[in-house]
Design a protein around this ligand. Structure first.
Ligand code: ARG
Length: 392
């Protein structure tokens, strides 16, 4: 029997895929769960499920790589899609790359994923797979046009054990948690408190504000309150503290790649905290021209990631540009976290472009009179235009 490697989360879609790949596609299934920082039970659950279903399973630890090679570049780019920090989209290429490697090692002729034909992840997975292997790609849920209800029936019929507490379709990694489906599909229904896991509600957040300092080195977060932390640790710590204060809940109408609008809920406390601080430091250290251009870079970069085009050369080009631009984005940002709000209190950097002396109204060294000529003809074209209007 030919082998297929399935990207396996142990959720409804991929659990159903295991059985379908065996029965309908006649394959020997190997499952793999790539650890990109989802909670421990999301690693152990697929392990156990695979064991119960009698398939060979791998857990591939990619947390550190995810933080260094994907999240940190996204921080440098302030990667947001329609206003929220990209998380699911950022992890997909890495997960797919790991699956491609495993398929090679196992001599598999096919790679499979549990994406439906309605979402974004089919693009993200398959673009990576096709950039790294010539394996056949099998997408059983999409192929058979299955609904979630049909999947649940199929699971019941075939004795596939599914966690009963899983109402929503959830995707989690180090950088964020996304929640979709069930009653959330009605955009007018308020997201119930139980859907959240990483963030407290504003009501339950501590009464007392917390002040934190985060240090960056060349655009990358390095230390919290003076304590140096590794890439994974600092992201986890930011998630904990910002989540505690009710920061990072997002409820939006999102535009998917195929044009469908969908209601999406996210919890991205750490990402919001880090990107907010990062932008504050950029305001201090980058020139006006750089800041303006970095908006375009950010937009383009984010779109590439969202659209599943991690392997597009432009993404690599932009990473090079960002690395160069971020050489001076080092320093410390002080923020206040309180009941869902995040406020910048201060910022400092050895590369600060702020000239406190020159901007001061008390300064006399910068001779104000020298400005008169520059100001006089500053709006020359506007003045000419108004003159013409008056004559007509
Ligand atoms: N819509 C988001 C994206 O495309 C998240 C989807 C995550 N999947 C999920 N089942 N919650 O990035």
């Amino acid at each position: 029997m030919e082998k297929v490697v399935l990207a396996f989360s142990g959720g409804l879609d991929t659990s159903v895929c295991v059985k379908l790949l065996e029965d309908k596609y006649q394959k020997e299934v190997i499952t793999a769960c790539v650890d990109v920082g989802q909670p421990e039970e999301e690693i152990s659950r697929p392990e156990k499920l695979a064991r119960d279903m009698g398939v060979k399973h791998y857990t591939i630890d990619a947390k550190e790589e995810f933080a260094r090679e994907f999240i940190f570049p996204a921080v440098k780019a302030n990667a947001l899609y329609e206003g929220y920090p990209l998380s699911t989209a950022l992890a997909r290429p890495l997960i797919a790359m790991k699956i491609v490697q495993l398929a090679k090692k196992e001599g598999a002729s096919a790679i499979s994923h549990g994406c439906t034909g309605k979402g974004n992840d089919q693009f993200r997975f398959e673009s990576t797979i096709r950039s790294g292997s010539s394996c056949e790609v099998i997408a059983p849920i999409r192929d058979l046009n299955l609904t979630r209800t049909e999947e649940m029936e199929y699971a019941k019929e075939h004795g596939i054990p599914l966690p009963s507490d899983k109402l929503y379709s959830i995707d989690e990694n180090l950088w964020g948690r996304s929640i979709e489906g069930d009653i959330l599909e009605d955009p007018m229904i308020e997201t119930p408190e139980e859907a959240f896991n990483w963030t407290r509600s504003t009501e339950d957040a501590p009464e007392d504000a917390q002040i934190m300092e985060i240090a960056f080195e060349k655009g990358v977060p390095m230390a919290l309150d003076g304590q140096n932390l590794g890439p994974v640790e600092i992201i986890e710590a930011c998630n904990r503290v910002a989540g505690l204060h009710g920061i990072g809940r997002v409820d939006i109408m999102e535009d998917r790649i195929i044009g469908l609008k969908s209601r999406e809920n996210y919890e991205t406390p750490g990402a919001l905290f880090i990107i907010t601080a990062h932008k504050a430091l950029e305001q201090l250290t980058l020139t006006r021209a750089e800041l303006k251009f970095s908006e375009i870079v950010s937009q383009t970069y984010s779109e590439l990631i969202y659209n599943g085009l991690w392997h597009e050369p432009l993404r690599e080009d932009l990473d090079k540009l960002l690395d160069h631009m971020q050489r001076r984005v080092s320093g410390v940002v002080k923020l206040k976290l309180h009941k869902g709000s995040l406020r910048i209190l201060g910022r400092k950097s050895p590369y600060s472009l702020y000239n406190e002396k020159a901007v001061s109204f008390e300064d006399k060294d910068m001779d104000q009179r020298e400005m008169a000529g520059m100001v006089k003809n500053y709006a020359l074209q506007a003045a000419c235009y108004q003159e013409i209007c008056k004559k007509r």
